[in-house]
Unconditional design. Structure first.
Length: 474
């Protein structure tokens, strides 16, 4: 068999096309259909259908273009009249270092160019070591810092220029047929990102949802049908194993934003939700891509100002005296139902909220992360702290009945510097058994350890809350 030489300099690699293998290479050009399902936890399911020429009996098929992070034990090969005998995932990729390892103890050739005359000298050399730096025996001398070029006689049969899954199959007849390769891979992940535009009255918003897909699996998926599974599937963590060699990044963190179109279709899949893009798209290697997920308009929302635990839940020696000035939390709430103009399954992600100023310029006003929200669930977003709504207070009385019982009084001054009235929710947790013996504003008890007040503060005004609580420790 005629062999082509490979020339390798110490600074750069020049590969000649070469194949000395007896197997049948199934390239990506043979792909007929490609389906990729992406999960929330960095897992992808790839279904790859290709057309292959087979001969009766034994065939060794080398599938190129499989993920560099494939889980080989999950591979499933299917085809009419075929029986799988063996499969191997080859991730020892063609490179300067891998070539040198394969030729350890073997002869290669070296080319040295005279720096003045330009004359080239070709010599035989033996590779003695590669682990701690290249060591060559050239003639009767040992070279460690060789500056010339290296010539390899061929490409070893077990080196590949890309991750390759080799499958040994037996075919019942000669002929061309379609086969399907399915496997799980790491390096594919997605999350939901939402953009919400709040109206002037702050009682409704327009919501656009995006799927942000990230591909670090080591290959591109071109002309693929894409689906996304929302929910956490259980995965068994195997013992740590050597990681396959990764392909080099070509366009790391490139952002491919698709114009907002029709929302994805959504259906239940067992106890998860499945979203389908409904059209084919390309996913480049080492790329982050955004795809339109859903749109909703005029979603009814409620904004509230909230304080939690102005008074320490567990009173200690430092609990007495005045409390520091605090700004109210700004909370945006809405129901995920059709009555609120929504009623969609919302995958977990980050909702970023924007609002226009008087000149209709949009400004970012806060964000929060949500878990998966089913239809008829509730969404609560903590956007930040209000500039004009504050509280300051102090402990006004304290009586210790015993080491385990006390009574304390508090006064809290809620202030509003806005031109409009505000309604404030104040949540206070108490330790152990507690009873509010007096309060200037009515309250409720949503849980056994929490009291809740609703405080209305007039424009440019203030409202004072006074209450006394008795606490009994076990």
């Amino acid at each position: 068999m005629l062999k082509k030489r490979i020339f390798l300099s110490l600074a750069a690699v020049c590969f000649a096309s070469y194949s000395a293998r007896a197997d049948t290479t199934v390239s990506q050009d043979a792909v007929k259909s490609l389906n990729v399902t992406v999960y929330n936890n960095g897992l992808g399911l790839v279904k790859d259908s290709r057309s292959v020429d087979l001969k009766k009996g034994k065939n060794i098929l080398s599938f190129q273009g499989v993920s560099a992070q494939i889980q080989p034990e999950t591979a499933l090969f299917e085809g009419s009249g075929l029986k799988v005998r063996e499969q191997n995932f080859n991730f020892d990729l063609l490179s300067r270092e891998s070539l040198l390892r394969k030729f350890l103890g073997k002869d290669i050739q070296v080319i040295e160019t005279h720096y003045i005359s330009g004359k080239k000298t070709i010599e035989n050399a033996k590779v003695l070591s590669v682990d701690a730096g290249l060591v060559l025996k050239i003639g009767d001398r040992i070279e460690t810092d060789y500056n010339g070029r290296l010539i390899f006689p061929d490409i070893p049969a077990d080196l590949y220029d890309q991750p390759t899954l080799t499958i040994n199959v037996a075919a019942d007849n000669d002929g061309r047929r379609d086969v399907e390769l399915s496997y799980l891979t790491n390096g594919l992940s997605w999350r939901a990102d939402y953009v919400a535009e709040l109206n002037d009255a702050e009682d409704a918003l327009n919501l656009n949802g995006w799927v942000t897909l990230t591909n670090t699996s080591g290959i591109a998926y071109n002309n693929a049908n894409i689906q996304f599974v929302a929910g956490s599937v259980n995965r068994v963590r195997p013992p740590a194993a050597p990681r396959p060699m990764m392909l080099k990044a070509r366009n790391m963190a490139a952002m491919d934003s698709v114009a907002l179109g029709a929302a994805m279709t959504e259906e239940e899949l067992m106890d998860y939700h499945l979203y389908s893009l409904g059209r084919k798209t390309d996913i480049a290697s080492n790329q982050t891509k955004q795809l339109a997920l859903l749109s909703a308009f005029g979603v009814k929302v409620k904004k509230e100002y909230k304080f939690t635990n102005i008074v320490p839940a567990y009173r200690g020696r430092s609990s007495s005296g005045e409390f520091d000035l605090r700004n109210a939390e700004v909370v945006l709430q809405f129901d995920n139902d059709k009555a609120s103009n929504l009623g969609l399954s919302l995958p977990g992600g980050i909702i970023r909220v924007y609002k226009a100023d008087s000149k209709q310029n949009m400004f970012f006003v806060g964000e929060d992360k949500i878990n998966h929200i089913p239809e008829n669930g509730k969404v609560k977003l903590d956007l930040g702290n209000a500039f004009d709504v504050t509280v300051q207070g102090k402990e006004t009385a304290y009586t210790a009945f015993s080491d385990k019982a006390y009574e304390a009084g508090y006064t809290l001054n809620f202030k509003n510097a806005k031109e409009t009235p505000v309604k404030i929710t104040y949540l206070q947790d108490f330790s152990n058994q507690w009873t509010i013996t007096d309060s200037s504003v009515p309250y409720t008890t949503p849980t056994t350890r929490r009291a809740e007040w609703t405080i209305t503060v007039p424009p440019k005004g203030q409202t004072v809350l006074n209450y006394t609580v008795r606490v009994q420790r076990p």
